[in-house]
Design a protein around this ligand. Structure first.
Ligand code: ZN
Length: 142
């Protein structure tokens, strides 16, 4: 059986010398688990754990992980730690925007009241209005 990701020696942006990769994926060097340098590359979540963000930089490589049980292959974008920037601290404006967004998820679109819970995205209605609607539809059908 041909190997799906053969080893390929390539020049990569994070190294001055030729490095072994597993080919190319979406135009980016593909790496397998264990061969990505942990001090230079990180996934978005790993950056976050370090208090960093990609800073508008595109991923620089792709990591693939094979799940032995399901035989599925998943891909993760890798960013250069060097070009990452610290996560922006929360500002009062950001808190306000978040509060607004959360409130919008609670206001019923039929009665305009806040039932103090997050509404289902399918109806955007509080339970009372949803029930009233259902009953109206049932009486119409009958
Ligand atoms: Zn309502």
């Amino acid at each position: 059986m041909a190997r799906r990701f053969p080893w390929v020696k390539a020049l990569v942006p994070w190294s001055n010398t030729w490095e072994y990769t597993r080919g190319v994926h979406d135009g980016l060097p593909l790496l397998s688990y264990g061969c990505a340098p942990r001090d230079k590359l990180a996934t978005f979540r790993q950056l976050r754990a370090m208090g960093l963000r990609p800073n508008g930089n595109d991923p620089i490589a792709v990591l693939y992980v094979r799940h032995n049980r399901s035989k599925k292959v998943s891909f993760a974008s890798l960013y250069l730690i060097e070009t990452a920037a610290p996560v922006r601290p929360m500002t009062p404006a950001k808190y306000t925007a978040l509060a607004k967004a959360n409130l919008a998820r609670r206001v019923c679109r039929s009665c305009g009241k806040d039932p103090l819970y997050i509404l289902p995205t399918s109806t955007r209605q509080c339970w009372e209005c949803f029930e009233a609607n259902e009953n109206a539809e049932m009486t119409e059908a009958a």
